[in-house]
Design a protein around this ligand. Structure first.
Ligand code: F6P
Length: 524
């Protein structure tokens, strides 16, 4: 059997040829009357415009050949049918099963009863918190929830909580603590009443150092304020985890453990009980809508032909930029302040998934892999780093994301916001020649961007948007031939931290710089 390597495919060679003759984005519009229309797509109620990438139908047909040569079709089937596609950890990857409403033919239903049971448990707990049925030790209704978790156990619920402000209960505030920086949790605790505060310890493994230290600080606070022993076992503490045994070992009452399965990757876990804090904020109905939106995107991804399959098209456009235009970064700019965390969320999703240099076969890759994802909201970014995007020496593809309507804004603000976004996309693409004698006013243009338009920011459209990016990342991983679902790269740093933490740590194996700084720290 020949081992798959993307750069050994026929399509890769053809794409290399095409890349020798880049077409300007402006010219693509001029040369084809139907160019704008040709690159308009729809999926799960979201509209997409991919016309500003300098790609012709010929490019896309070769990119689709590449997807076909990578066996994307059978890899997608393996993914959805629960094969152990995360080979290095010998695990299936089944986050679509968490939002399965039974309509995707390929998707395995092996786990449906268990998923349903875990989802019901979590949504019931959230609704009981909201109604006051689940209350504190002195009978007080909870007014505040602290979600203690990091990475995937923090970013998903935090992004959705911020984004879905319009749909939140007014009587419950959620606070997200992730960093081991004690100033964060200490300042938060000083503002809260322990009698009306619930702490959700969110950790797939229930072993993460930062989360356990923050949890310890929170539990000490309860103990000192409420004077109760074994606070972990009281109704003030709930565990969201795929390791119930570790949570029980920690002292959490088994009835207050909301479990999920091992096959849910950390950065794909918003849909599981890790979403508990969000469910408390938007209720079980709102959470179900989030799942339904993601499911609609799953269905689109599972069933649409590649030519119309938006996650596939986005992945292929990204591959074109990364591997053939040699552009390593991707900016994500939502024109919605409430979605300010989207770039941080996608950073983890994309960079932890596809920041890899080893093929599934174990050989080193010989192509570039995952992009450097970054960004912030527009219009703020326009007054900061957009200068470099317009006139700098790097080409930066942008995903512009917005909603047609915003009930929390008004028509004057919202129209101004959206017009700014369209103007930026047009300026980046079209550019402008400098007037004579003023070379600094040259805008080279030809800078690519996608436009992603939701009708409205709702639980359903947010769910669909996140699922879209999950599948884009999956498709790119398949084409690069890497495992998108492990994260060994983060282990070495964790191991060295553990070796350095004891005050009497043996420093002899460390370099002189680390030794010197550790000696300084140890003497403080
Ligand atoms: O840093 C790696 C990582 O494992 C992420 O993938 C994960 O989301 C995060 O740490 C938190 O892990 P856990 O949920 O097990 O505490």
């Amino acid at each position: 059997m020949t081992l798959y390597k993307p750069d050994l495919t026929e399509a890769w060679a053809k794409l290399n040829e095409l890349a020798k003759h880049p077409i300007s984005i402006r010219e693509a519009f001029k040369g084809d009357q139907r160019h704008a229309e040709r690159w308009r797509f729809e999926a799960a109620g979201i509209e997409f415009d991919f016309s500003k990438h300098g790609l012709s139908p010929a490019h896309m047909s070769v990119l689709i050949e590449l997807a076909t040569e990578s066996s994307l079709d059978s890899k997608r089937r393996d993914f959805l049918t629960g094969e152990a596609i995360n080979q290095s950890e010998d695990r299936a990857v089944l986050h679509p099963a968490l939002r399965d409403f039974g309509h995707i033919e390929q998707l395995t239903n092996r786990f449906r009863p268990r998923v349903q049971q875990q989802r019901d448990l979590m949504l019931d707990a959230a609704d009981r918190i909201r109604s006051g049925d689940w209350c504190g030790v002195h009978g007080d209704q909870f007014t505040d929830i602290i979600n203690i978790g990091i990475g995937g156990s923090d970013l998903g619920p935090k992004l959705a909580y911020e984004s879905l402000r319009e749909f939140r209960s007014n009587s419950l505030r959620v606070h997200y603590i992730s960093n081991v920086d004690g100033a964060e949790i200490k300042s938060l605790l000083s503002t809260l009443n322990p009698a009306t505060t619930l702490t959700a310890i969110a950790s797939k493994t229930f072993t993460t150092q930062e989360t356990l230290l923050n949890a310890k600080t929170a539990l000490n606070w309860y103990q000192s304020k409420l004077g109760l022993p074994d606070i972990a076992s009281t109704p003030h503490v709930v565990a969201l985890t795929a390791s119930p045994e570790n949570a029980i070992g920690y002292g959490v009452d088994p009835s207050r453990i909301l479990p999920f399965e091992e096959w849910v990757g950390g950065r794909y876990s918003l849909w599981s009980s890790i979403g508990f804090s969000l469910a408390c904020a938007i209720g079980s109905t709102g959470f179900a809508e989030l799942l339904e939106g993601a499911h609609a995107m799953d269905k689109h991804f599972a069933e649409s032909p590649f030519e119309e399959n938006v996650p596939v098209l986005m992945a292929l456009i990204g591959i074109w930029h990364i591997n053939f235009s040699k552009v390593p970064t991707q900016a994500v700019i939502p024109y919605c302040e409430r979605m300010g965390l989207l770039s941080a969320y996608l950073q983890q999703l994309d960079m932890e998934s596809n920041g890899k240099s080893t093929l599934q076969s174990g050989e080193a890759v010989s192509t570039e892999t995952g992009p450097i994802v970054w960004g912030q909201t527009g219009t703020n970014g326009q007054h900061a780093f957009f200068q470099l995007m317009h006139q700098g020496t790097h080409c930066i593809p942008v995903d512009f994301i917005a909603a047609f309507e915003d009930a929390l804004s008004d028509s004057e603000h919202h129209r101004t916001l959206l017009v700014n976004m369209l103007a930026q996309a047009a300026a980046l693409m079209t550019g402008k020649s400098a007037p004579t004698g003023e070379p600094y006013r040259e805008y080279p243009g030809n800078r690519p961007s996608s436009l992603i338009m939701m009708p409205k920011l709702t639980p359903a459209t947010l769910g669909a948007l996140i699922a879209l990016y999950e599948h884009k990342v999956f498709v790119q991983g398949v084409i690069w031939g890497i495992n998108s679902f492990d994260q060994w790269g983060v282990e070495l740093g964790k191991k060295l931290t553990n070796e350095l933490l004891p005050l009497d740590a043996d420093l002899s194996e460390f370099d002189a710089s680390t030794r010197a700084w550790m000696q300084r720290l140890n003497s403080l």
